[in-house]
Structure formats: C-alpha cells, structure tokens
Design a binder for this molecule. Structure first.
Ligand SMILES: C[S@@+](CC[C@H](N)C(=O)[O-])C[C@H]1O[C@@H](n2cnc3c(N)ncnc32)[C@H](O)[C@@H]1O
Length: 270
C-alpha cells in the first residue's frame, strides 16, 4: 500500500469511522433564538396611546395591527401595491382598528404626512426594494418629530453570498446597493439619523421558525418541484413568474445559511 493510500484510509476512518454523538447532541440543542416578534418588542417602549405611527411598506398590515392594538396609537400604513392596500384595509377593519388606522397607497419616497408630525416610523424589510433610498430616508426624517424614532429592519448580503447568487435575486426587484450594509448605514447618517440601537439578528428568526414550522425546508422542497416542472410552469405562467418563484424560494434558505444577514435598528432624529 502506498503512503497516499494510507493517508486516504486514515482520512476515511475519520470521515466514516464513527459518529461523534456529543457533537450531534450539541447541535440538536436549540440556542433559544429570538422570535421575529422581537421587532414588536423593540417598538413597544417607543409607542403610547398618544403616538402617531407610520408603517412604510405595510403589506397586509400584519405588523401594523399588533403595533396599534398593543399601544393604542393612531397611524397610517402605506404600500404601493393595490392588492396589499386592499388586504391591509380588510385586515384593519376585521381587527376593529379602522377608526385609528388608515391605509393608503403610497411610497417611502413620498410620505403624505406633514413635517414633524410622526412619533415612530416602522419600516420592516422594505429598504432592499426602495429605488431611491436617500429620498426615502429624507422623507422619514422630514415626517418625524424631533427625537422621533424609526425602527428599521433590513437584510444585507454577507461575504458568503456569491455575485451570481446576488444577481439571481434581480427578479425580486432588489436594489443591489441596498443589500450593502455600509452603504445603507451611511445613508442613515446622511439623512441626519443617529443609530440608537443596532441588533444583529444573524440566523435567529430563521432558526426560531425552522424549529417550529420548517418554512425553509418547505421552500426548498417547493424549489425542487418548481425546477422539475420548469417547462410546464413556464408554459402555463410565463418566464417572469418562473424566475420570480425561483428567486423568492431561495430567500429564506439564504438567510438560514448566513448568505443574507438581517439587522434591526432604532434610529433617532436630531
Ligand atoms: C418584503 S415586503 C415587507 C412587507 C412588510 N413590511 C413586512 O415586513 O411583512 C416589502 C414591501 O415593501 C413594499 N414596497 C415596495 N416598494 C416600496 C416603496 N418604494 N415604498 C414603500 N413600500 C414599498 C412592497 O409592496 C411590500 O409590501
């Protein structure tokens, strides 16, 4: 047997020669990750029944409703997508909050609120799709009262995300520069904000959900099925829909793999 063979067999003994039960046990333990509700907890001390809140990119009001219900605040949710506006309005009425919460079609770059009139801006997972980030942040700064707060959650690319993987997210309408943490933090500063609190979420929200309902496993299973039915999906729904589905089914997995990193900020107006 040659030396190479000896080394190879020694390596095979290491690779296949026995499971490390202690390591297996260690990795089976939950690290008690924070839940996505952590963001609501971050907002809670900033909101009272006297507060005015704006949710920028409110989607179906899934966060605006608990924020308003828990604090008793008044406010408005804005979103540019008609379907989201309709769903948010329906959800706000169903929650019995329509006297306190208004839903409007709108964008971050043009917030229809008077200057210095808002106590808290909530902006969760929106900055990545805002084409003019500087204009959007300038609007947030304009509508906030002095010492007002913006709670911002955004996702950034890490060094684990390869350029080709980043490019594959284009169908999601992400602005690639807005996935750069340093650039976005620079834009906060340029808009006059001070970062009062910064929480690196890393993989915690994804771990929390995965330990309960396995959304990442589910999206990867759907991705495999999508690819195996590629021709049929393209024929029935079109290329654009195929590309969009393929990109969006990677998002949660990339968060859990650490290719994307979410960060939550509390920003303060001067
Ligand atoms: C990833 S979703 C996040 C929705 C919600 N904030 C959440 O956390 O569940 C991004 C949202 O931003 C909205 N959006 C896109 N461009 C926007 C803009 N320029 N200003 C405000 N919202 C925008 C989209 O319609 C969508 O509802």
């Amino acid at each position: 047997m040659t030396l190479g063979d000896t080394q190879h067999i020694a390596r095979m003994q290491f690779v296949y020669g026995g499971r490390d039960e202690q390591l297996d046990a260690l990795l089976s333990e939950s690290l008690a990750p924070r839940s996505p509700d952590f963001l609501l907890e971050l907002a809670a001390p900033l909101l009272t029944s006297e507060s005015r809140l704006v949710d920028v990119g409110c989607r179906d009001a899934r966060h605006l409703i608990p924020l308003a219900a828990r604090s008793g605040c008044t406010g408005v949710g804005i979103d540019p997508v008609d379907r989201n506006v309709d769903r948010a309005r329906t959800a706000v009425i169903a929650a019995g909050l329509d006297l306190r919460i208004e839903i409007r079609r709108g964008v971050m770059e043009q917030i229809e609120e008077p200057d210095s009139s808002v106590d808290v801006v909530w902006c969760r997972d929106v900055l990545t799709v805002v084409p003019d980030l500087e204009a959007g942040l300038a609007e947030v700064a304009r509508v906030l009262k002095p010492r007002g707060a913006a709670i911002i959650y955004s996702v950034f690319a890490t060094s684990r995300l390869e350029p080709r993987e980043a490019a594959a997210f284009r169908p999601l309408c992400n602005v690639e520069q807005n996935l750069e943490r340093a650039r976005v933090e620079g834009a906060f500063e340029q808009a006059g904000f001070r970062i009062e609190r910064l929480e690196e979420i890393t993989t915690e929200f994804r771990e929390y959900d995965e330990e309960r309902t396995q959304p990442v496993s589910n999206s990867l299973l759907r991705l495999a099925r999508l690819r195996r039915r590629r021709e049929e999906v393209i024929q029935r729904f079109g290329n654009d829909k195929y590309d969009l589905s393929e990109a969006s089914l990677h998002w949660l997995a990339y968060l859990l793999l650490g290719k994307l990193e979410p960060i939550a900020y509390v920003l303060r107006s001067p």
